[in-house]
Write a protein that binds this ligand. Structure first.
Ligand code: FUB
Length: 458
């Protein structure tokens, strides 16, 4: 997605670049992402998303994506974990999904269009790793009973009972069996009453739906209280929530969490609430990347603090996003080039041998990595790069795009665009914790590919 700034000139470029260089939202800038579904596993936040195609005019998505972060500001791109091709029964519309861990396996609940039933259905895929690859666990949908079987959300209660909620315009749940790929047939598919006490009244399309509930449910528990978050009100959607003392309701409507995003929004929104390392985060999506909108969305995140009475305050979407990194990044071990806090201009690609790498690098593009701790100073910088052309160079700057230059790494022709070589350069003056800007320079249209980097301490 070459969407950024390439055609802008002069001062206008500088203003925009410095403005965006301090932003943290949307958190993925290399592609359009939507329908965030975070999962914490082994001290890492995994973020599953859908993938809006460039220039899309419908939710014509083909795959799901996964990113990870240990610090909530630097996000690592992973190979595509699951796509429509994995489901023999599905032909289009890879919509909202959520992944959860149980007994050594990861279960990925998705929704997609069923080619024979000609409607959306909920499926489940399984993997031994959070980053996949995932495989269809059933060879058929897990649920496909009703119109509007979309947006599954999965939750395991403290007593081990798992619940799957989903649906638009209705809201349903099943009690999942311990195998996570079947559900309690005696309880069956339960339709949740969308009463005004539970889900508020609707102001738009009042003849079409019984309450403000729209789609995209997310179930969360805190201090024995269950919170059901959802996009509400009809399009454009806002985010709202209801609570209950039981995971199956009855639900009591509480309030709006996020108003319709008027500027830089999309006509949908999609909430996810999760705790990580003592903090709570609200993920959602907007249309804030250049070229963004209703079918070109982007995932964003805000740290939230509950009110003393356990209610969720109104959250304002910000460009700043998560300001403080939870931990510092270690520059003395290999860091993937696709570990990014913010970037302009580059894209990522993947192959079986190399995994994900950074591509489409042009003069002036850059990658920002937050909170890099040069505790041991820095003597050398190494990078794995590949170039079939003249190559280019990587300027290493601290603090900002025009910040202190601590080194410049030359990249020459390596013998081909997939011929990886480790290049090395001297570094001077790096000490303490800094945001690192890897600024790419060169003359040709495509400079080189970039797989990983690391520093050597003094
Ligand atoms: O991303 C496709 C659909 O748009 C999702 O399934 C809905 O929740 C809405 O975000």
């Amino acid at each position: 997605m070459k969407y950024l700034f390439k055609n802008l000139i002069g001062c206008w470029i500088c203003c925009l670049i410095s403005f965006f260089a301090n932003a943290q939202n949307p958190i993925i800038q290399t592609i359009y992402t939507a329908d965030p579904a975070p999962m914490v596993h082994n001290d890492t936040m995994f973020l599953y998303t859908t993938h809006d195609e460039d220039n899309a005019t419908w939710f014509a998505m083909k795959e799901w994506r996964v990113y990870s972060s240990a610090d909530m500001v630097n996000w690592t791109d992973h190979p595509v974990p699951l796509s429509l091709e994995s489901f023999s029964w599905a032909d289009k519309d890879a919509w909202a999904a959520q992944c959860i861990y149980r007994n050594g396996k990861f279960y990925f609940y998705i929704c997609a269009h069923h080619k024979e039933l000609n409607k959306m259905a909920v499926g489940v895929a399984v993997s031994d790793k959070p980053t996949g690859p995932f495989k269809d666990a059933l060879g058929k949908p897990l649920v496909s009973a009703n119109w509007g079987d979309i947006d599954p959300t999965v939750f395991i209660d403290d007593d081990g009972q798992a619940y799957l909620y989903w649906g638009n315009p209705n809201l349903y749940y099943v009690k999942l069996n311990d195998d996570m790929i079947s559900y309690n047939q005696e309880v069956g598919v339960v339709q949740v009453p969308l009463t005004k006490e539970g889900f508020h009244v609707r102001e738009k399309d009042t003849d079409k739906r019984p309450s403000a509930y729209e789609e995209g449910p997310w179930l969360y528990k805190r201090n024995s209280l269950y919170y059901l978050l959802y996009p509400a009100g009809g399009v454009p959607e806002h985010l709202a929530y209801s609570t209950s003392t039981s995971p199956t309701g009855p639900w009591t409507y509480q309030d709006t969490i996020m108003h319709v995003i008027e500027k830089g929004g999309a006509f949908t929104n999609h909430p996810a609430l999760i705790d990580f390392k003592g903090k709570t985060y609200l993920f959602y999506h907007n249309g804030a990347l250049p070229g963004g909108g209703g079918f070109n969305r982007s995932v964003a995140v805000e740290e939230i603090q509950f009110n003393p009475d356990g209610t969720i305050p109104l959250i304002t979407p910000t460009k700043a996003g998560v300001v403080n990194s939870i931990s510092n990044l270690n520059p003395y071990v290999r860091q993937q080039a696709e570990t990014i806090a913010w970037t302009e201009g580059v894209e990522t690609a993947a192959d079986a041998k190399t995994g994900v790498y950074v591509t489409d690098i042009q003069d002036g593009d850059y990658i920002k990595v937050r909170a890099v701790d040069f505790a041991k100073g820095a003597r050398n910088f190494q990078a794995s790069v590949a170039s079939g052309g003249k190559g280019g160079r990587i300027e290493l700057r601290l603090g900002s795009l025009s910040g202190q230059l601590i080194g410049t790494c030359q990249v020459k022709n390596t013998g081909g665009a997939t011929k990886w070589k480790t290049v090395k350069s001297k570094v001077n003056g790096a000490q303490g914790v800094h945001d690192l800007f890897l600024v790419f320079r060169g003359e040709e249209d495509v400079l080189f590919h970039f797989d990983w980097w690391k520093f050597t301490g003094k």
